[in-house]
Design a protein around this ligand. Structure first.
Ligand code: C2E
Ligand code: CA
Ligand code: CA
Length: 382
């Protein structure tokens, strides 16, 4: 037995050992570690994780054997709790593929393969129907060989690889420089909303970082909104409440994203200071077909209204959904029915340059004219 790291140990066993033997041995080690120990008057026990590799079939070098055990250990670590895992070739492949994605992502950040797109949010208030109320900023990555990589694919990897701050800063700067550019050219800019991942949200210094970006780009805090998912917000309720308060004190708008899908607790709505909630697309999707989804949308609208939050519905794709949301006095909608996410230059032409949709008369006109011009939101997406 050897100590190979701060809190890791390697056990080498020689001779012919069956898989069942190895498993039994690992279970014994776990059980021994779990036995309470008294140290300096305190009782402690260890939830060990074990990775197992064998040289029976392939005769790898000692170094390789250790690295295979490490891959198995990695898996055991991510399974949580005391457990053991056997090495499998697929683990090495998964880890290799993941590392390649991380390398590519870092290169992408350097060479401009990543960029932001904008998706408009429009008001459906009778008084300002169809008026642009802001836009959500979404990250895009086009890799020379991989093609388009979806954010739901690379953002979790960036989070676990510690790249999310870099990526998050990139999005914040891109959004704020864009606002600055529109202010310079048109004298106004729509408010842009950026998504904050869970890690980003809980990392220390978020407020200071945002403050710095705003200062450098000379953008007023009220021009910026952050979207935080319910799941990220619920991680550490007290800390979240403090962070939200600090951001709002700065003047940045805050919305709760994917509302209704996380560990929803009505209590947090009392504790958290937010400006808006975004009803998750999954509820909006089923408005026409599922009475429960419809009832839940109504309930979320009423909760938001009762607490004085703006309510935004995301993923609106049909006029029937739009009508239902209008009747429920939803404040804003976002979705393919209005427009798909588009490059900033296109968004600028369509929505910023002419201050599109400002006059009262209805989203329907906007939609009708788009349809007539043949650029209905159903065409290509970025
Ligand atoms: P999200 O924040 O819920 O973003 C909304 C997603 O719904 C976007 O997907 C958008 O393209 C899509 N969407 C909007 N309207 C419709 C519609 O009517 N129908 C359908 N089918 N989809 C619609 P996207 O861009 O693929 O982003 C997926 C997720 O990745 C986002 O979910 C967000 O969680 C994350 N993400 C994207 N950009 C960023 C970013 O810059 N930072 C962080 N942390 N996360 C990001
Ligand atoms: Ca969002
Ligand atoms: Ca969402």
């Amino acid at each position: 037995m050897a100590r190979v790291g701060a809190d890791s140990f390697a056990v080498a066993r020689s001779g012919l050992i069956s898989v069942a033997d190895a498993a039994e041995f690992a279970e014994q080690v776990l059980a021994d570690c779990a036995k309470p120990l008294e140290i300096a008057g305190r009782e402690l026990s260890v939830a060990a994780r074990i990775g197992i590799a064998d040289s029976n079939s392939s005769l790898p070098s000692g170094q390789r054997l250790l690295s295979q055990a490490d891959f198995a250990l990695e898996r055991a670590r991510s399974s949580g709790g005391a457990n053991y895992q056997f090495f499998a070739a697929s683990m090495e492949e998964t880890a290799k593929a993941r590392q390649e994605l991380i390398d590519d992502l870092q290169a992408g950040l350097r060479n401009g393969d990543l960029f932001i797109v904008c998706q408009p949010k429009v008001s459906i208030h009778p008084a300002s129907d169809g008026q642009l109320s802001g836009a959500e900023v979404l990250l895009r990555w086009r890799h020379a060989v991989r093609g388009w990589v979806r954010p739901d694919e690379f953002i979790p990897v960036a989070e676990s690889a510690g790249l999310i701050t870099q990526l998050g800063d990139f999005v914040l700067y891109s959004a704020c420089w864009q606002i600055r550019a529109w202010l310079n050219t048109y004298g106004w800019s729509p408010r842009l909303a950026v998504n904050l991942s869970a890690r980003q949200f809980s990392a220390p210094g978020l407020k200071e970082r945002i403050e710095q970006v705003l200062r450098e780009t000379e953008v007023s805090p009220s021009q910026l909104e952050v979207e935080v998912t319910e799941t990220a917000a619920m991680h550490d309720v007290e800390k979240t409440a403090a962070t939200l308060q600090a951001l709002r004190a700065l003047g940045v708008k805050v919305s709760i994203d994917d509302f209704g899908t996380g560990y929803s607790s009505l209590n947090y709505l009392r504790l958290f200071q937010v400006d808006a909630i975004k009803i998750d697309k999954s509820f909006v999707d089923d408005i026409e077909t599922d009475a429960n989804a419809k009832a839940l949308c109504s309930a979320m609208l009423r909760i938001g209204q009762a607490l004085g939050f703006r309510v935004v519905a995301e993923g609106v794709e049909t006029t029937a959904q739009l009508e239902f949301l209008r009747r429920g006095k939803c404040d804003e909608v976002q979705g393919y029915l209005i427009a798909k996410p588009m490059p900033c230059a296109e968004f600028e032409k369509e929505w910023v340059a002419g201050r599109r949709g400002v006059s009262g008369s209805a989203l329907d006109d906007t939609l009708a004219s788009r349809a007539l011009r043949g650029d209905a939101a159903t065409t290509g997406q970025v």
